[in-house]
Design a protein. Structure first.
Lengths: 183, 226
């Protein structure tokens, strides 16, 4: 039986190891993939992904289904841990090339066809690709690397106000694209 | 609420709030505005959706062989997730916390602190919160130096009683959540005779993992909610 994410989380909240196994099996390529994208190292990504599942297991009872998709919650936990791992290792000032990160995010994978919301994501990729490169870089640094607006401004060598405005307007354009895509 | 300066100010903060990188005070201000402004809640939901969707663009990748079994080996020996305290214990704990608050309120000397203490008493009386938890506050060397009470209500808050006045000076206070966030709370300035500190929090108490009092970037006192 293919249980929903919510059902698996409910099982995990009760300490059900079988639910945890199914959950890990379902999300491990996504969690490990995001961690690897951010930290750029297979070994560190594995540590981050393991820690993410441990956090999810411990927090399963506190998860509130009204807050949105389970997958988004899972990815946010993973992103935060990956960013922490970068900061702890002291190399956050020199993250992976923003342009390389952009190319990674903009490349559609064949395996993604089994995921949901594929069209939305392709629409988002098109919108991201259509942004001026400097604006796209700011947004991915900000969202994926968890940099503050000040840190993105420093990295890109622009004033804080400029960085904030570009991020805000860029996100608004991406939002328009998603709204058009979603009807 | 009509579009005004307050809305415009709050919307400036939405990208950082959605990305989880807003500073503690900005986060609190933005969330405070969102609680009163349906138009901004809709606007924020749109921003958050974009931020969330961007994380989904990272490519999937199979982890190394043995990953799944390693993860499960770490999960299964771990203690089962925490459950909410039983209502009767909650009630008893609430009475105890109210007594602690009444005693601790004597210490609130500044106007801000008095206002905060008043908020707490009002919350206990009126809000009928959802839960209460407590954890020992430990010194870096391992000795117990106080107790942290965490109250889940509207608003949620934490309140710390120290067994003796901590070393004088300013402490940064940081809350680590189970989903990996690090939230800066209002700083604590230890004064002679001061034996309590409190702050509202923006997360459910089940999400609390660790509270740290920090000086010169070193955690001096910590409480774990595992």
């Amino acid at each position: 039986m293919n249980l929903s994410d919510d059902s698996l989380l409910a099982g995990m909240a009760m300490g059900d190891g079988a639910a945890a196994a199914a959950f890990v099996r379902r999300y491990q390529p996504r969690v490990y993939g995001l961690a690897r994208t951010i930290v750029g190292s297979n070994a560190v990504a594995e540590e981050v992904a393991q820690e993410a599942f441990l956090r999810i297991w411990r927090s399963a009872a506190a998860y509130d289904a009204r807050r949105g998709q389970v997958g988004t919650w899972v990815l946010t936990i993973t992103r935060n841990l990956a960013v922490d791992a970068l900061r702890l290792r002291g190399n956050h000032e020199q993250p992976i090339e923003p342009q390389a990160l952009m190319e990674t995010l903009l490349s559609r994978e064949a395996r993604e066809s089994r995921s949901t919301h594929v069209e939305d994501r392709e629409q988002l990729r098109s919108a991201l690709r259509a942004l001026p490169p400097e604006q796209g870089r700011l947004i991915v640094l900000f969202v994926v690397y968890g940099l503050t607006a000040q840190e993105t401004a420093d990295l890109e060598g622009v004033p804080l106000g400029t960085a904030k405005t570009r991020i805000r307007r860029g996100i608004a354009k991406l939002r328009e694209a998603l709204e058009v895509s979603g009807g | 609420m009509a579009e005004g300066l307050e809305c415009a100010e709050a919307r400036e903060l939405f990208p950082e709030l959605a990305a989880g990188v807003a500073a503690g005070d900005e986060r609190a201000r933005a969330l405070g505005h969102l609680s009163d402004c349906p138009a901004c809640r809709r606007e924020f939901a749109g921003t958050a959706e974009v931020v969330d969707e961007l994380l989904w663009l990272a490519p999937e990748h199979d982890p190394p062989a043995g990953f799944e079994s390693s993860v499960l080996a770490r999960l299964t020996p771990a203690a089962p997730p925490r459950r909410r305290p039983r209502p009767r214990l909650l009630w008893a704990a609430s009475i105890a916390a109210a007594a602690v608050l009444a005693a601790g309120a004597v210490w609130w000397q500044t106007a801000d602190d008095r206002e905060l203490a008043s908020d707490y008493r009002h919350t206990l009386t009126v809000a009928h919160g959802h839960g209460l938890s407590a954890a020992p506050l430990l010194l870096a060397g391992g000795g117990e130096t106080g107790t942290v009470f965490a109250y889940d209500g509207s608003p949620s808050w934490i309140y710390v009683t120290f067994r003796s006045a901590p070393l004088q000076g300013r402490y940064d206070v940081r809350l680590l959540t189970r989903d990996g966030r690090r939230l800066a709370l209002r700083p604590f300035t230890a004064r002679p005779g001061g034996t309590a500190w409190g702050s509202t929090i923006q997360v459910p108490i089940e999400q609390m993992q660790k509270l740290e009092f920090i000086r010169s970037n070193v955690p001096i006192m910590t409480a774990n909610f595992d």
